[in-house]
Write a protein of this length. Structure first.
Length: 82
């Protein structure tokens, strides 16, 4: 299984994932990135901090180079019932 790193970007600041995780493919890594973004937003809400919709999770392959980006705003569930 490929190794991916999920870094959190907040403007110019980058919190790097130094361990990485193995996923079946990029789609599985994207699904985890969405969960990470949602968990970080939930924690911000619980502690009274801004949720930071401009933040993002950058997905990087072990060989290097960001290959995908999941913004916190994109990680919010869409309202398809209206």
């Amino acid at each position: 299984m490929p190794l991916y790193f999920l870094h959190v970007q907040d403007g110019d600041e980058l919190v790097q994932d130094s361990e990485g995780q193995q996923f079946d493919d990029l789609e599985a890594a994207k699904a985890e990135a969405i969960l990470v973004a949602r968990e970080l937003m939930a924690e911000a809400l619980r502690t009274g901090r801004p949720i930071g919709l401009t933040k993002a999770v950058l997905i990087e392959e072990a060989e290097g180079g960001a290959i995908s980006r999941v913004s916190f705003a994109d990680a919010l569930p869409s309202d398809t019932t209206n």
